[in-house]
Design a binder for this molecule. Sequence first.
Ligand SMILES: [Zn+2]
Length: 238
Amino acid sequence: MFQKWILCCICMCVLGLTAASSVQADRIAGTAESPRDDDQNWALPHTTVIIDVGHGGIDGGASHGDLLEKDINLAIAGKLYVLLSSQGIPAIMNRTDDYALSDDNRWHLSKSRHRKDLSQRRQLTEEIESELLVSLHVNAAKNKSRRGPLVLHQESGESALLAFCIQDALNRQQSTTALPKPGNPFYLLRRVEQPSVIVEMGFITNVEDRTMLSDSRRQLDIAKAIASGIRQYKWINH
Ligand SMILES: [Zn+2]
């Protein structure tokens, strides 16, 4: 990890990206620290949970009328952040407002905003030491009767266990019975080294789920379920 960080610093210096990196750091909730003129400037920020807040800015994600996935993700991420922090589980959000992470990415040569966005999310997971990553999303389907949570995981047993714990907690919260699934095609799950899961919290295309996803009190219930799944995972895994 340390070697990777050194390599990363070298790459950023070569590319002249130190300023962009500090902008990133300022935007990461919970990690703001005043700069110091000693070696600690080079210490990795660290936390337990990275909350990857899906989409943002020009990328609204799934939608129904004026209701946008990016706003639901951000609202629930904020609640999850507060819950975890109050339960003694350090967490950070990689997006705290409505902007595209691809805007911060000046180093990826791709012209694809989507590729830049994803690589920026992965880059942050390399710059911040963490135990696990939870990526928050909202599902959509042509079939409007499809509803309920679905957690996608990496191939590793730790990721599958994390997915099982969060899926189980969300199933109890939403009275559903889905099982977590491998999410191999997803870039973030393939490229992030920490145990990571994508949490599809419900379907924006289903009226019942949509009502839940856009109601502040019920958003808190979703956040509570995800937090309890994370606690369960940590309890089993340590
Ligand atoms: Zn999404």
